[in-house]
Design a protein around this ligand. Structure first.
Ligand SMILES: *Cc1c(COP(=O)(O)O)cnc(C)c1O
Length: 413
């Protein structure tokens, strides 16, 4: 399939230029990509891939979806950016839609990314008059200083300390630990409904309801980080609404969104329900780009398309088929997740090798930890793509050198 002409490929030349011009924060790029359509991508040498990562749970409608292209094009031709001294219809409509999908009264603050949505939420929690925040081990909330303060991972934190303080970490999914950590000084508890960057870790179904009860008892806010899990990813508009994930309905005080919300156009949202939506006064927070008409129109197009094309049901069906197929392989020791946010454990810590072998075979995957693989494909992934991937999967594990002998380290921690 490779269309390279000279001695060295276009891939190679771009990668060298990348190294000479971009900061080395991400390591060497795995590929230089030039084009996408649906759930397929093409690299600079013309090779085709099935995209099972979706730009890390971002490309909800895949690549080049006509509804998204049309909405962005039309909005940019009409009114592109105006600053927050002014308002636009798409911004107001999007805020109303997000609240309606949440099924709660509230207020929305728009940002351009997940970390900024969390930054807004963290500042909002300070307006309660309290400073203590309870967060969880294994969580990921972003890379700005405030969001990083809520992220337990030492490798991310240590080079940047001191970080904003008064954050307590508890094991994820542990109700008793939460009970012990939350007190009358606690401003908020921040939780992912499922931990994405940890390799898709699913809490017990009573965890979020217990967190709601505990926070109410102490007058603390319940803040759910749905940056990765929100807007259809798990087969519900918000993951905390999915009956597979919660034993009873939960109404959070704060919800943060970003990744899939506008299908690849940068946007984030900090939603606060009830009285929490009024904690910020004029001048407390701001952004130049946040909620600009193009990003808002893109998000509305994503939401409309998910609704119109019945993608929530589709996500549930396709996700179920993928999980079943992956679990059938004996070298996979556990498959987790809901809808199209899927994590699996390998019998041996060869996740990086599996990602490389998958790429050679024409499939894009991700290794969030040395022994875990994550899939977060476009919500429009086709049955044909699933069939092709599941057929290739055993061969990918062979090529990665995975054997049937479990090391014992594969069990979820
Ligand atoms: C990706 C992610 C973030 C950070 O989002 P950015 O857009 O990369 O800043 C925050 N929280 C969760 C749960 C995420 O998955």
């Amino acid at each position: 399939m490779s269309q390279q002409t000279g001695q060295q490929s276009d891939q190679h030349a771009w990668t060298e230029r990348y190294a000479g011009a971009l900061m080395n924060t991400f390591g060497a790029p795995k590929l230089v990509l030039t084009r996408g359509a649906g759930a397929h991508l093409w690299d600079a040498d013309g090779r085709e891939y099935v995209d099972l990562l979706g730009g890390i749970a971002v490309n909800a409608l895949g690549h080049g979806h006509p509804a998204l292209v049309g909405a962005v094009t039309e909005q940019l031709q009409t009114l592109g950016h105006i600053s927050n001294f002014f308002a636009s219809g798409p911004q107001i409509e999007l805020a109303e839609r997000l609240l309606a999908l949440l099924g709660a009264d509230g207020r929305v603050f728009f940002t351009n990314s997940g970390t900024e949505a969390n930054e807004a939420a963290l500042k909002l929690t300070r307006r309660t008059g309290r400073t203590k925040v309870v967060a969880t081990e294994g969580a990921f909330h972003g890379r700005t200083m405030g969001a990083l303060a809520l992220t337990a991972k030492e490798a991310y934190r240590t080079p940047f300390e001191p970080l904003p303080g008064d954050v307590v970490f508890v094991p994820y999914g542990d109700v008793a630990a939460l009970e012990a950590a939350v007190d009358d000084e606690t401003a908020a508890v921040v939780l992912e409904p499922l931990q994405g960057e940890a390799g898709v870790v699913v809490p017990p179904r009573d965890y979020l309801p217990a967190a709601r009860r505990i926070t109410l008892e102490h007058g603390a806010l319940l803040w759910l980080d749905e940056v990765q899990t929100g807007i259809g990813r798990v087969g519900a508009w918000y993951a905390h609404q999915h009956p597979d994930l919660v034993s009873e309905p939960v109404v959070p005080d704060v919800v943060t969104l970003a990744k899939g919300l506008a299908g690849g156009i940068p946007v984030g949202a900090c939603i606060a329900t009830g009285g929490s939506g009024k904690l910020f006064d004029p001048g407390n927070h701001g952004t130049t780009f946040g909620g600009n008409p193009v990003a808002a129109a893109a998000a509305l197009a994503v939401i409309d398309t998910i609704e119109k094309d019945g993608l929530l049901d589709r996500v549930t069906a396709v996700g179920g088929r993928l999980r079943e197929g992956l679990a059938a392989e004996p070298r996979v020791t556990e498959v987790r997740g809901t809808g199209l946010l899927i994590g699996l454990d390998l019998a041996q810590p060869l996740a990086a090798e599996v990602v490389a072998a998958a790429q050679d075979a024409g499939f894009i995957l991700n290794a969030p930890t040395p022994q875990r693989i994550r899939l977060a494909p476009p919500l429009v992934l086709t049955d044909e793509d699933v069939t092709a991937f599941l057929a290739a999967w055993p061969g990918i594990l062979d090529a990665a050198g995975l054997t049937g002998d479990a090391t014992g380290a594969g069990a979820a921690s």
